[in-house]
Design a protein around this ligand. Structure first.
Ligand SMILES: Cc1cc2nc3c(=O)[nH]c(=O)nc-3n(C[C@H](O)[C@H](O)[C@H](O)COP(=O)(O)OP(=O)(O)OC[C@H]3O[C@@H](n4cnc5c(N)ncnc54)[C@H](O)[C@@H]3O)c2cc1C
Length: 392
């Protein structure tokens, strides 16, 4: 394993826009990634194993529920801090960031926003520390971009609910202690339920043979007449907007996170291009490689500014779903392009696990699809500016 020589690019002095607290939080996450993630991540991805030993550290750097109030065990930070933590973790690996995103925005957020005080007290502190882990079940085998058509459902049996159905492509499913599961009641209205590992009829088989997010565990959630205690329903919001609001928070984190992956690819390619000699000069001296590098840093800088502004809007409670879609779509595509160009700069070495680029590139193929595909986010922008939904 090569030493982690990462140096973060900041071409437009965006650090000047950050508070000392933001920088402290960012640097703590950056150091943790260098010390605990970089040395082990390549082997974890090659072996398709989620490195569970990182969960404790993720809790310690505040990656689980960064913006959840401290009274529930969260870090009580603002949205820019949340974004910076996601950026640093994804600099290490998108799979590890996925675990943090799911735990924070898709498990802790709905419990915090839609749960009872008892549910908050029971689950949030343990999720914040990493003592407990969670998954988010929305996608089904036949319903991905169109979750409103989901068929997983539950019936009221008097003293409990009876849950049936299946979810697919669920991050953290194989090891999560709880899952926030979105299912329809007898009237067809969507609700969130807290399903706990060990409940009879609930199984979580792992999905194997992925070429992407190999250091993240993905699986199914299968419900075969699972008895759910009534107190496990999230009572304070229902309908499709409930899970979609969670996704706003997670997509915002992704928009920041992928900047980290892009920065790592750019930094690696820049260093390599300056060192690699061909035709008696560094390849960085050639116009073609300079074009790639110059375009990368331009696009990274634009993405950084987009996220910083979106973070300010979120701190003010003003960011719209469509604004978040634009940032998620733009930044993931940006990072994927940077990874592809960086891979070419490294030539044959670009496909080797000696460097992080190919791993980032393969990871980003999932990130461009999950939490709303590249196409769906474009349709959200289209709907926002025309007033006409083009989904159907
Ligand atoms: C590694 C990984 C982890 C994941 N983790 C989770 C998780 O934790 N929880 C969870 O609930 N889900 C998770 N997902 C699922 C993910 O959110 C879905 O894959 C995603 O929403 C897309 O659904 P789909 O794969 O069924 O694609 P589909 O919806 O079948 O789409 C296929 C293609 O058709 C396009 N398309 C669909 N509808 C339209 C339309 N109206 N107009 C134009 N084009 C359209 C899409 O853009 C896409 O290109 C994960 C996925 C992956 C790969």
């Amino acid at each position: 394993m090569k030493a982690d020589l990462f140096q973060a690019p900041d071409y437009y002095n965006i650090d000047d826009l950050l508070t000392p607290e933001h920088k402290l939080i960012r640097n703590t996450a950056r150091e943790w990634v260098k010390r605990d993630v970089s040395p082990i991540i390549e082997d974890a991805a090659q072996n398709a194993e989620f490195p569970k030993q990182l969960i404790k550290g993720l809790g310690e750097i505040g990656a689980f529920g960064p913006y959840i109030p401290t009274e529930y065990g969260g870090a009580g930070l603002d949205q820019i801090s949340y974004g910076l933590i996601m950026q640093e973790i994804e600099r290490g690996d998108s799979g590890i960031r996925s675990t943090a995103s799911v735990q924070s925005s898709l498990v802790m957020y709905p419990i915090w926003k839609y749960g009872t005080e008892e549910q908050r007290k029971k689950y949030l502190p343990k999720l914040a520390s990493g003592e407990m882990t969670g998954a988010f079940g929305m996608t089904e085998p036949n319903h991905g971009s169109d979750p409103g058509s989901m068929t997983t459902h539950f019936a009221d049996k008097g003293d409990h609910y009876l849950l049936n159905g299946a979810k697919m492509w669920i991050s953290n499913a194989p090891f999560a202690d709880i899952a926030i599961v979105w299912a329809k009641d007898e009237t067809g209205r969507i609700h969130g339920l807290i399903v706990e590992r060990g409940m009879e009829g609930f199984s979580t088989p792992e999905t194997h043979h992925k070429w992407s997010l190999r250091a993240s565990a993905t699986g199914e959630l299968i419900f075969d007449n699972v008895k759910i205690p009534k107190e496990n329903l999230l009572p304070n919001k229902s309908g499709l907007s409930a899970p979609l609001q969670c996704l706003d928070s997670a997509r915002y984190g992704i928009a920041w996170g992928v900047i980290g992956a892009a920065m790592d690819c750019y930094d690696t390619a820049l260093r390599y291009a300056k060192e690699r000699m061909q035709f008696d000069r560094p390849i960085a001296a050639t116009q073609l490689q300079q074009k790639k590098l110059a375009e990368m840093i331009t696009e990274i800088t634009k993405a950084q500014l987009l996220c910083w502004r979106l973070g300010v809007l979120r701190n003010e409670g003003k960011a719209t779903t469509a604004q978040i879609s634009m940032a998620k779509r733009n930044n993931v595509a940006m990072a994927l392009n940077v990874a592809r160009e960086a891979r070419q700069i490294l030539g044959a070495m670009g496909i080797s696990g000696e460097y992080s680029i190919m791993r980032h590139m393969m990871n980003l193929e999932s990130v461009i699809t999950y939490e709303g595909t590249h196409d769906i986010h474009l349709l959200i922008t289209g709907m926002d500016i025309t007033g006409i939904p083009a989904f159907k």
